[in-house]
Design a protein around this ligand. Sequence first.
Ligand code: BG6
Length: 508
Amino acid sequence: MEKPGNCIIVIFGASGDLTSRKLIPALFELKLQQLLPEKFCIVGVSRSEFTNEAFCEKMIKGIRSFSGEKEIPAEQLQSFIDQISYMSMDMASPGDYEKLGKLLTDTDQKFNTGGNWLFYLATPQVMFEIISGHLGSAGLTNQVNGYRRLIIEKPFGHDLESAKTLNRNLLKVLTEDQVYRIDHYLGKETVQNLLVTRFANGIFEPLWNRNYVHHIEITSAESIGVENRGKYYDSTGALRDMVQNHLLQLVSLTAMEPPSSMDSNWIRNEKTKVLQSLRPIKNEEVEKYVIRGQYVASKIRGQPIPGYREEHGVDPDSHTETYVAIKFYIDNWRWGGVPFYIRTGKRLPTNVTEIIIHFKRTPHYLFAREEMSVGSNQLVIRIQPDEGILLKFGMKLPGAGFIVKNVNMDFHYRDLANIRVPSAYERLLYDAMQGDSTLYSRGDTVEAAWSFIDPIQHAWAENPSIKIFGYPAGTWGPEHADDLIEGQNLTWRYPCKNLTDEDLYCEL
Ligand code: BG6
């Protein structure tokens, strides 16, 4: 991989957690991999009054705690830190953008960074339009002497209307190809590998359609609760926090048509088409096709775990869902009639994100099977943890007769010797510096995802009678979600089923 062109990265909201936990450690990793530009510097801005030294100290702590390096090479660290500076500013005050412009022009001259500026808004969403508007008014988004790019991170609005407004306002001062919307799932190696699995292998793609696939299941389970994000989460919920973005991105990559080339817009066109083909769930169908749940107090390994409503920052009468499972269809030629099931939740028994392609059974059963289920052949794409791919198929049990047993063919990323898997932020920041937006969400894709989510939100808001099921922390969510899956003997894949109460958290 080549080094990107020279640039300055300007991080707004630089005193926050995202900067010290994710962005700076990822940039430092890029430095270690020799993937930072020759001439490069970082300007952190936020309201807090930091001296340069104090800010750099905080960044060093972030690198030590979150970079994933056991031993930090002192020389590399110092030369990285020498490239960081800090400016305190009021991000809502137009006058401060003049000062910022002056600082960036001076920094450009000093470091020879070629007038290329990448703005990263690590701020609350309410600031996106304010900051981009001021950047535009101060002329800092004009690409006269170098590129100007802006990275923002979800949430992109809280519904279709606000997402459209955000897009409209961004496009007043920037063009679409200057805007990089991060969905960190797209930066995950295994998510990118979905494209390779599907389109670099002759054996899967011919089967990847309604003729051979019985149903598709996507799970993203987390064992953590809402931690210290109760206030944010309570106004968001699992549907908007995880489904609108991460899960629908996985759906679009799983279901998209092969793009004509790896060009960013060709790929994003195909993904967007999938989201535009999602069959909207009607108001009266929401109760049937969308199961929502909220975790209640329980014990895990003997330790009491508070219920969601007892979490800090959460309304004690909250109706916010911490679990959601949805059944839906994609109305297009490839997927007509194939049900998709997706689910996500907090305080489930383990951390796992996986996509399972359940293939149809053979049309005629010659052999007795140990397990009689439709999903005898499954392709399990493990996004995290234990990244890899598992193919389940039937084999003859040695001995008399023809008894078929399901066996596994299993590939683990960890078996690749000497291969370092970069973090999502490394990949995404590198791509933004390279001007490659393939792994970023486009405005119309985000809007298409909201078009699917909005009717569900409306139905919940308008019909308080739609149940929100309680589930004990540490279990797999409401049992009602099992009823979503149609077909004899069919249920979700439970990566750690048959757990005793003692062992609700398991390692995969
Ligand atoms: C974030 C959500 O976008 O993704 C969090 O806001 C969630 O609630 C997180 O925990 C999950 O990301 P990952 O990479 O840990 O699966």
